[in-house]
Design a protein around this ligand. Structure first.
Ligand code: ATP
Ligand code: MG
Length: 357
């Protein structure tokens, strides 16, 4: 029997509610399997840790995670700590430390969800957004000078390397190739940003030669937002820079129903390090501690984790359980217009899994 070592990092806000829910679902899956199980280790990093130690995670934190098979992450964000401190001190430290350069965000309208896109007409969407996750606008390169003075200057350098752009585009073409429609849209802003974005377009053309069966096109990011609403069926796999894909994936999640449903995988496709799985939403302090958080985004992230671990049948089983739960409006949390609690939704998914086993 195989035992997967899983790190859980609830982090802040509703992360502390949805990550334990995700762990319960993993335990329910393990209970139904004779082939594999999980060995969990929980890490109390985040805002509370920062208040005690002055850092979001310990200096040797990455070493504690290095031998794990996967990481389940909640959220980093605290109303009393600046956002750039919480983000760079924890989540981005792990993403960059483990070179999780591919951030993958599938979006579909799940059964039973009253998605805003449906209100725009008889429309549907089935997308995977690939976000460059290691450089670009969030490279961290930049600085401030003459702080507080009228001549103050500040820069954030959007740094793109040929190697970084090439590897994410190759990943996106490969992913598009693995999906039924074999369709890829490469998103840039190469009309206005005339250096790095033009390099993206050039590299996309070069990489595309190795994928003759993938039909691909280019779109500017502003036009892409309109296309997502007006012609959603013309999109399938989408690849964009760190910033652009960050924005597009919130739009995608909202069109599909709620931020609370959407999942993310931060992948090291070469599998040198553990990959990290997390809901797309943040710490949502407005609803924390009330049992109102929708755990579906975390459960879907667990599906992606199982796929990454090679447990495809368990992944399918969990996705099926999630869809049967969303199909029932009595099991919708507040973000979906319902009254169900985090625990009720989790119980329902676990019960579905148990009845399948
Ligand atoms: P952060 O600063 O950590 O990104 P945030 O406060 O900006 O967090 P998000 O978590 O990104 O908030 O989400 C925005 C809003 O959407 C929240 O304030 C919350 O009301 C709602 N929301 C987000 N996730 C969920 C969820 N899982 N269940 C229910 N509502 C959610
Ligand atoms: Mg936010």
């Amino acid at each position: 029997m195989r035992t997967y070592r899983i790190a859980t990092i609830p982090g802040d806000g509703i992360g502390k509610e949805v990550v334990p829910a995700g762990r319960r679902v993993l335990e329910a899956i393990a209970a139904g399997s004779t082939d594999f199980g999980f060995d969990f280790e929980d890490f109390d990093w985040g805002g509370d840790y920062y208040r005690k130690h002055g850092v979001m995670m310990p200096a040797d934190g990455l070493d504690a995670l290095r031998d794990k098979d996967a990481i389940l992450f909640g959220s980093a964000g605290d109303p009393h700590i600046p956002d750039h401190v919480t983000l760079w001190g924890l989540r981005l430290k792990i993403c960059q430390g483990f070179d999780q350069y591919a951030n993958v965000r599938p979006t579909r309208i799940l059964p039973g969800i009253d998605a805003p896109l449906k209100r725009c007409g008889p429309k549907d969407l089935d997308w995977v957004i690939v976000r460059e996750n290691s450089e670009g606008e969030y490279s961290g390169v930049g600085g401030r000078a003459h702080q507080g003075h009228p001549i103050e200057v500040a820069t954030d350098v959007s740094m793109m390397t040929r190697a970084g752009v090439e590897r994410i585009l190759r990943f996106a073409f490969r992913l598009a190739q693995s999906r039924p429609r074999k369709l890829l849209t490469v998103i840039t802003k190469s009309n206005a940003q005339r250096h790095a974005m033009v390099m993206w377009d050039e590299i996309a053309l070069q990489v595309s030669k190795a994928f003759p069966d993938v039909k691909w096109d280019k779109e500017l990011v502003d036009a892409a937002t309109a296309r997502m609403v007006n012609r959603p069926a013309t999109l399938d796999t989408i690849v964009a820079t760190n910033l652009h894909a960050d924005i597009l994936s919130d739009l995608a999640a909202a069109l599909a129903g709620s931020l609370g449903i959407a999942p993310t995988a931060n992948l090291d496709p070469e599998r040198r390090y553990p990959s990290m799985f997390e809901p797309i939403h943040g710490s949502a302090f407005d609803i924390m501690g009330k049992g109102l958080a929708n755990p579906v985004g975390t459960f879907w992230s667990v599906v992606m984790m199982l796929e990454h671990l090679g447990e495809r049948s368990a992944a399918r089983q969990l996705m099926d359980a999630i869809e049967r739960v969303t199909a029932n409006p009595a099991l919708h949390t507040g973000d979906l217009g319902g009254k169900a609690t985090t625990v009720e939704v989790t119980d329902a998914v676990c019960a579905m899994l148990a009845s399948n086993a």
